[in-house]
Design a protein around this ligand. Structure first.
Ligand code: FE
Ligand code: MN
Length: 329
């Protein structure tokens, strides 16, 4: 039974499961349950109200909260308003609902941080309008998927499937897989220096969720490619490489502007290199040749967090993922 747009089976009948991988992502997501309110913010509040942070560090926190708060919501909207209509395999829809819930948790994180740190919501959400590097990232992804927003869009031809793939590359690979990562590195770098530890821990939980989202997106893209011979043309692959290259440039601009000085013992150049390293990783997941050849400048980050786990997801899930709010990688 095809994964997309099918009337050949009942979308309300999930058993027998055909796409086991989708079911496994669902179960892994459930095992990662958490809510932001579990994480104490007292120390963050005293640091934020006192003088523990430099001006650059404060800006970095504000920008990342500002960027993620809109990006999480764009991602959730894309799942519910665009993807859900076309991805009809019931076990994939079950995961999309799970993911949409996780995006709601992520949105809740920014409500919780805003409340506890005393941000003016207009100020935080206004980051999107005030900071061109943030607006450009969001617009880049949204523009990629505009065809799907058209009321008249349906999937009939291979070219239509390609439009859907462009959306999947835009949201799963570029937004969740690249645009989130300089921000993750910055917030976890702060946490590593015992600054804004509660906020950093929330970003760690989000990053753990996002590594599953990216993995699901990659497997979904693969399955659609398998089921739609001729959709992944050389021209489309070049387009994907170009999109990812442009995304890297935008993310590097963001990284340099959000982190202008050597804060955290991490330089803007290292963030730029980290973005290239991540982008190569995403290309590799899509089976496309790497473009940058950059080393990971922050080995502590991949040890601590997601990258090895992403790789070993299916072999290691039993021991690596556990119920409750514990953050064990
Ligand atoms: Fe998210
Ligand atoms: Mn996500």
């Amino acid at each position: 039974m095809p994964i997309l747009n099918t009337n050949q089976h009942d979308p309300n009948k999930i058993l027998p499961i055909e796409y086991d991988w989708a079911r496994e992502y669902y179960e892994a997501g459930v095992n990662n349950n958490w809510v932001p309110e579990e994480i104490p913010m007292q120390d963050d509040v005293s640091q934020w109200e006192g003088d523990a942070l430099t001006d650059s560090e404060r800006q970095l926190v504000e920008w990342n909260l500002g960027f993620f708060s809109t990006a999480e919501s764009l991602t959730a909207n894309n799942i519910v308003l665009a993807l859900y209509e076309y991805v009809t395999a019931p076990e994939c829809r079950q995961y999309l609902l799970r993911q949409a819930y996780e995006e709601a948790i992520h949105t809740d994180t920014f409500i919780y941080c805003c409340d506890s740190l005393g941000f003016d919501p207009e100020y935080m959400y206004g980051m999107y309008d005030r900071v061109p590097a943030i607006e450009q990232k969001d617009e880049f992804v949204v523009e990629l998927t505009q065809v799907l927003d058209d009321d008249g869009f349906t999937i009939e031809s291979t070219a239509d499937v390609r439009e859907l793939l462009r959306d999947l590359v835009g949201f799963y690979i570029v937004m969740e897989g690249i645009f989130f990562y300089a921000g993750f590195a910055m917030m976890l770098g702060l946490k590593r220096q015992n600054k804004m530890v509660g906020t950093g821990q929330q970003f760690e939980y989000i990053m753990r969720d996002e590594s599953l989202h990216v993995g699901f997106g990659v497997d979904l893209i693969d399955q659609i490619r398998t089921e739609t011979p001729g959709v992944w043309t050389d021209a489309f692959e070049s387009e994907v490489v170009e999109l990812i290259t442009e995304a890297v440039e935008l993310e590097q601009i963001y990284a340099r502007e959000a982190c202008p000085d050597d804060v955290l013992g991490m330089s803007a150049e290292q963030f730029a290199q980290y973005v290239e390293y991540i982008a190569d990783r995403r290309l590799g997941q899509l089976g496309v040749p790497e473009q940058f050849g950059s080393e990971n400048p922050f080995p502590w980050l991949s040890e601590q967090t997601d990258l090895n786990k992403e790789k070993n997801f299916f072999e290691t899930q039993v021991t690596e993922y556990q119920s409750g709010g514990s953050l064990e990688w």
